[in-house]
Design a binder for this molecule. Sequence first.
Ligand SMILES: Cc1ncc(COP(=O)(O)O)c(C=O)c1O
Length: 424
Amino acid sequence: MEPTRAASFPFVPPTTPPLVIDRTEGVWLITSDGTRILDAGAGAVVTNIGHGRPEVIEAATRALSKIDYVVPLWATENRVALVEELTEHWLPDGFSRASFFCGGSESVDAAVRCARMFHVSNDEPDRWKVIGRDVSYHGSTLSGLSVGGHDRRRAGLEPLLREHPKSGWLDPDALAKVVELEGPETISCFIGEPINGASGGAMVPPDGYWRSVEEVCRANGILLVVDEVMTGLGRLGRRWGYEHFGIRPDIIVGGKGLSGGYAPMGGMYAADTVTDTIAAAGNGLMYFTFSGADLTCAISLEVLRIMRAEGLVERAAEMGGLLRRRLDEELGDHPNVSDVRGLGLLQGIELVDGTGQPFPRSVEFAQAVAGQAIGRGLWVYPCGSGPVDDALLIAPPFTISAEEIELLVSTLAASITAAADGVA
Ligand SMILES: Cc1ncc(COP(=O)(O)O)c(C=O)c1O
């Protein structure tokens, strides 16, 4: 494709034309001139089962040849089968309901509404605030940005956002202090990612953090919402990221890996205590026109079946261990790497200037590394916000091989060095 034609695609006119991808297969993105790019970000941490699975394509064809659009209120075979798959094999005991959306942001929005409707239904109408965290990302709807803490993605939009309280990231006592300050009787829910993704590059909270969050929530009638859009469905080597921390959420938000990138899809799941309370009060939760389309349910169902048939959650744990060991070995002492962290196949690298300090924001160092990596045939996800200016997410499909991990790590090391040389 001509670069000028490609440049017509971004909504905001770009300074350089976007990359043009012609095909995807396995862990590879292939450009129109045949260049192969190792997809070590799984797109935006989405393509957990890898690209180009014929079974998924067949499931989509079967679904679409039978049903196109059915209003989200009614049941279809694929809708019900997906709820059954999730409740039988993925969700914790006591979660027998699932709702589907077109992505993570819509699912977060639904979780915020669901928590509020629970309290309204429970005769506690003063509870509406959502406590989020300083370094977090919960999507780019106005509600997601309001409860999130990604300063780059909020910038300029602040007047449109309702300022919900934030608790710090690393301090287990921060939530208790915020609850006391705001008044527990005003708080609907706490929302957090088990380990953060796009905002902080896979920062793992300290031991005891999540248990103390759960205790504060329980003691104050606050619903505990885990945003598993990035971490869920095996990415951290367990079914859900929160399982690493021994807690029990009231609401789980998912997306990304649910369809493995084969369809726009997200999910919001709540404990029966939440949905039963809403039902008993005669309340409900409004859907979106395209919520849980039969097609996207059929695709997600096939993706989850593949995950189970191939033991991909266990594989994410195993390959995550290998990836982490090789990143530590190759990058642990790199002058531009201050930290390697993460769980399973969501690994993060924090980048610095060689003296241990962040580069000035204007350098956009994480973007520079990602640019160098693309030039060498590797995609990694540049990210960072607030105190974590420059980070990378290394999050390949769960099907990545040991040889591909070697290629990933050596290419990444060369890309960081080249980007730093380019700044000097
Ligand atoms: C934790 C988390 N929540 C919500 C979202 C928003 O999901 P989406 O981009 O599918 O709307 C993301 C996206 O990266 C995410 O990482």
